[in-house]
Design a protein around this ligand. Structure first.
Ligand SMILES: Cc1cc2nc3c(=O)[nH]c(=O)nc-3n(C[C@H](O)[C@H](O)[C@H](O)COP(=O)(O)O)c2cc1C
Length: 390
């Protein structure tokens, strides 16, 4: 494989030549790209000697008279940044390309990128750094470490760069993209059932859980068909195809069309059970002092339909319950022929609609059960994806 190793200005840069040496020894062709600050910690001569190629460091001084960041992007199969400073992580997360390595990183957006963050533990814990890490993960950039232990600043904590051998193993293991040959269907958000031109019956689902699931699947290498009801959320990932629908019947049509081509489906949307029997094509006017009765008709059951269609596919449902949670979820798992059901209870604080956190219990058809603590929806999504694909 052709691998570009990017080195940035952290103390752990002294371990980068060892990383390059291990990759070369394993039979890979390696080229190095470093930031100006990286060369305060490791020399150009060392990097050029271990890789056997000129170092790429200066955006404007290339003797090939070509755009070297583009040619290196075309050349490389993978880019490993080790160490990755808080600075380079922040730059990529915000689309900044002001030197050779950050420019290369943006150009590399369609190919595998692995980063080994290394920094002081307070820097690592900073909300800006954590937010940037989540952003990069969401785009499919794989993070290795940081590890816990003694730091260069003399304290103990999380922030050490993972050992070069661990970075090599993680970057090259097939687990980098365990779902790379798979396509998954995810449904997200609420549905709106029209009453007239300006009114609808809806629910409070924000779509956050479904979008996090789509991201977690794409991070693991899958192609994702994300069918979502109305939500303000947006997602921009090369492996996620978003289909926006409004009503339960539109979601049914999109999901049943996509499912036969998929390895599996996670149905996290909060789908209305009923829609108004009639939808007025004008705004309904108040009539007299009487109340008003809406006649409702049942919507098709997406989960049960996919349960009936499924061949060798994995089908995962969600159950949002307010009481008798486990019994209800277990019943739904069996009735709708699901492989797993993810249950959350509105009785758990921080779980359910609108919030950024969730606490779930995953019940599986083989009788196993996994409970999560209260975690961010992104972490819950990774847990669900790991559980249903392992
Ligand atoms: C001795 C020393 C050690 C440093 N170690 C780290 C580090 O481990 N991680 C980090 O994010 N920044 C570290 N920095 C700060 C970075 O060098 C600084 O943010 C710089 O702008 C990074 O530039 P670059 O990302 O372009 O290489 C260190 C600075 C010094 C002076």
């Amino acid at each position: 494989m052709r691998i570009v190793v990017g080195i940035t200005g952290g103390i752990a840069a002294y371990k980068a030549p060892e990383l390059v040496r291990l990759l070369v020894k394993a039979g890979h062709e390696v080229r190095c790209a470093a930031t100006e600050h990286a060369l305060e910690f490791v020399t150009r001569v060392t990097l050029e000697t271990v890789s056997g190629h000129p170092l790429y460091c200066d955006l404007f001084a290339n003797n090939e008279r070509s755009t070297q960041h583009i040619s290196l992007k075309d050349w490389g199969d993978m880019l490993i940044v080790a160490p990755a400073t808080a600075n380079i992580i922040g730059k990529v997360a915000n689309g900044i390309a002001d030197d050779a390595l950050s420019t290369l990183l943006l150009a590399f957006s369609q190919k595998p990128v692995v980063m080994a963050p290394a920094m002081n533990s307070l820097m690592w814990a900073h909300p800006a750094v954590q937010r940037n890490i989540e952003t990069l993960r969401g785009w499919g950039i794989r993070m290795v470490g940081p590890a816990e232990g003694e730091l260069a600043c003399g304290t103990d904590g999380i922030g050490r760069m993972s050992e070069p051998s661990e970075i090599v193993d993680a970057a090259l293991s097939s687990s980098h993209c365990p779902l790379s040959t798979q396509k998954w269907l995810v449904t997200a958000g609420p549905t709106y059932e029209r009453i007239d031109r300006v009114r609808f019956i809806g629910n409070y689902s924000s779509g956050k859980m479904g979008f996090a699931l789509a991201e977690a699947l794409a991070e693991a290498g899958a192609e994702v068909e994300l069918v979502t009801g109305p939500t303000h959320l947006d997602i921009n990932h090369p492996h996620i195809h978003v289909v926006r629908v409004e009503s339960a019947r539109e979601m049914y049509a999109a999901a049943t069309e996509a499912f036969p081509q998929c390895t599996g489906a996670i149905l996290s949307a909060a789908v209305a059970d009923y829609h108004p029997a009639e939808c007025a094509d004008h705004k309904l006017k108040k009539q007299g002092d009487e109340g008003m009765t809406l006649q409702l008709v049942q919507n098709p059951d997406i989960l049960a339909t996919l349960g009936g269609m499924k061949q060798q596919q994995t089908l995962v449902g969600f159950a949002l319950e307010t009481d008798h949670e486990l019994e209800n979820a277990q019943g739904k798992l069996q009735r709708k022929h699901l492989d797993h059901i993810v249950m959350n209870s509105l009785r758990d604080e921080g779980a359910g609609f609108g919030v950024d956190t969730n606490k779930v219990t995953i019940l599986s058809a083989d009788g196993s059960r996994k409970e999560s603590p209260l975690m961010s929806k992104k972490e819950v999504a990774r847990l669900i994806v790991n559980t249903i694909t392992s």
